[in-house]
Design a protein around this ligand. Sequence first.
Ligand SMILES: [Zn+2]
Length: 379
Amino acid sequence: MNKELLKFLCCPYCKDSLKMEARKIQIGNAYSDTCEDIVDGILLCLRCNNEYPVINGIPRLCKELFEQEKKELNKLKNITEVVIIRSKAIQNSDAYSQIEKIVRQRIKIPDNASGYLRKRLENDIYYRIKGCEKQEKYIKTLKLFCNHKLETILDIGGGQGGLIKSLTDFFHPTLSILLDYDLTWVEVARLRNPTVQIIRGDATNLPFKKGSIDLVISQMMLEHIKEYTKALVEMCEVAKETCFVCWGPNKFFIYDFGHLDAPVSIFPKKMAKYIAVLWHKIRKTRKSNTAIVDELENTHYISPLHVKKIFKNYGRPYNVFTNFALYSLENGYSENTKGIKHYLFIMRPIAKFIFKLLVFLRIEPQCYFVLKKGNGQAK
Ligand SMILES: [Zn+2]
């Protein structure tokens, strides 16, 4: 972690400032001779006495530490002197083969998987290795709202780090930050982005000072957070000017394409369970009942009205689904919907009308909102 990052950080729980106790510092990296990176250390909150380890350059800013992180923290506590090292060789070029290895270890394709399941998993694996870097539609949408130099960008729940890579390459901020809870994905994100500041943390308790980040984004993460309202409020608090959030599916759109792949979004969870199980039985996908129940448990269907209401406390919300959908016709056809997207691309005015109608009826399949913060802070 870059020393500069400390200016933006605070205790995720009491929001007081943090004190850095470095154990290992690296001077210089592949991009600068003078920058100082904390490799190992402890971030201390003097108010609530929480200790957050920095391990291998990644600060772990949450209370729930994994066993290996706890062990590392104890080791760091027993070290008293600071080690200073010179920069290592330039980042190796085979980052992608390392990423692929990690992703395939994490997402295993069962031997008895049906053609349907195999295809879905292979698509997922490809997305996590390379596909996640194709984000022109996000850049084009955000460009409309960020028309000056951005100093800081934060991607919450940034996963494998594809979106933060394209945003960094386009906006060239002074500091790009990615936060994710998942130990595997933060490692992947770092392999992909050697200059991005990677943090392991919790979206419902963000470790950033109020109003400290120019652009805060979260892409397809919200629906996986039980306390999504709290996560939204935290995002709005941390953002200085602009906040972008998208999730799917919309609670008012019946079909869940991204997770359950069943018509369940509008139903109460208890009912949705039976519908999803039956749906997969009929289609003979061989998806197990436990997998379905697990997935349903971890997917929350959020209404656009709810998000709009929260955003209104902080400034002006914009529904950018239409822009986004039109840009997505231009870039990044997904194989599954190639036919219909190509047709809509040719008939752009009709497509635009359809997208606007979906927004008007509040049944856009996925929701895209930008918040421009006003003078008035939260009430
Ligand atoms: Zn604290």
